[in-house]
Design a protein around this ligand. Structure first.
Ligand SMILES: [Fe+2]
Length: 339
């Protein structure tokens, strides 16, 4: 009899212990984040369990686990990827008032299924030795289809979500017909067949293989920090970063973001964790590591990124449109011959 009671107690106790946790599936993970999570545990008593992997692998895992999944939070980059998870009906609406107050509506899912945690701009990098000041002045994404840029531009493949979201933003602002004409013009201006990642495009500009690259802003921060090695540091010093569309809607902005899963076993803890990520102190910590832009006002980006200026105009197009328009963007890029 005693033995059975003991087993029951252990089972009960075990259950109590397991509810004091939050399980985070993330495609964004830095080893240094562990110190941050320990602080969260100290503050709240909630243990943070991190499962990291590629976004697509984590999504497969979530689907395989189904309603038995222990996942509370899904954390990934690009609104297009967050949209994919939302479309699988895997997320619930975020209820935290703190989160909803701090994050602008254009940086959240249609029903708050996900929220931005940091921002990144998809910008232009150019070689000041080969690009004239007059060419870059007041440059818009739209201008990159003009013949003066023939054989001068590098950008990665159309299979990349960052590019799909950029094209989706152009469709949202200019319509599909205009954007298709633009994409065809841009492809004619490629200095080489799309290859490599964002950083390879910046390096190609530094090496003189091309005059202008389109890539995400944080890569120049990583390269300038020296953490990626001397070669990348030297390459980064040779290029300049430029925010397009400053005379009109602003530079294309995308997000890193997170959502709470529909089957989350620890919803309250998940909300607390999102609030934690959006606190001023943690925002500063995160952008110093990732070289992204903060969501919370009054927080500065890393010194490497701040050096490129803080007062630029951001396109306010709702990032959910990047998901909505993703299929149109993909087809359009295909029709335009963007490999
Ligand atoms: Fe990236």
């Amino acid at each position: 009899m005693m033995k059975i009671q003991l087993i029951l107690l252990v089972a009960l106790f075990g259950q109590i212990v397991t509810t004091d946790e939050v399980n985070v599936y993330t495609s964004r993970h830095y080893d240094s984040d562990n110190a941050l999570y320990e602080e969260f545990t100290e503050d709240t008593g909630i243990k943070v369990n991190i499962i990291s992997g590629k976004g697509s692998a984590l999504l497969q895992r979530l689907k395989a686990e189904g309603s038995n999944s222990p996942a509370d939070i899904f954390f990934t980059v690009d609104a297009g990827n967050l949209w994919k998870i939302q479309k699988e009906n895997l997320l619930q609406s975020i209820k935290s008032e703190k989160v909803l107050n701090v994050v602008p509506a254009n940086l959240r899912g249609p029903n708050n299924e996900w929220t931005a945690v940091a921002k990144r701009a998809r910008v232009v990098f150019y070689n000041p030795q080969t690009v004239k000041e007059t060419e870059i002045m007041d440059l818009n994404y739209e201008d990159l289809a003009n013949s003066e840029w023939k054989n001068r531009i590098v950008i990665r493949s159309s299979t990349n979500m960052y590019n799909q979201s950029l094209v989706a933003s152009l469709i949202a602002n200019n319509g599909e017909m205009k954007t298709e004409r633009w994409a065809k013009g841009l492809v004619k201006n490629f200095a080489r067949k799309p290859q490599g990642n964002d950083r390879s495009q910046i390096i190609a500009v530094a090496n003189g293989e091309a005059d202008l690259a389109i890539a995400n802003s944080y890569y120049i921060g990583i390269m300038l920090s020296g953490s990626a090695g001397i070669e990348q540091l030297e390459a980064a010093k040779k290029v300049k970063m430029y925010f397009p569309n400053q005379r009109n809607r602003g530079v294309h902005v995308n997000i890193s973001g997170a959502g709470i899963l529909k089957n989350s076993p620890n919803v309250e803890n998940a909300n607390l964790f999102l609030e934690f990520l959006l606190s001023k102190r943690v925002q500063k910590y995160m952008v110093d590591k990732s070289y992204e832009y903060p969501i919370v006002e009054g927080v500065l980006p890393s010194k490497e990124i701040a050096g490129f200026g803080l007062n630029f105009i951001e396109d306010q197009t709702s990032v959910k449109q990047f998901g909505e328009l993703n299929p149109s963007a993909v087809r359009l890029m295909d029709r335009s011959g963007w490999k």
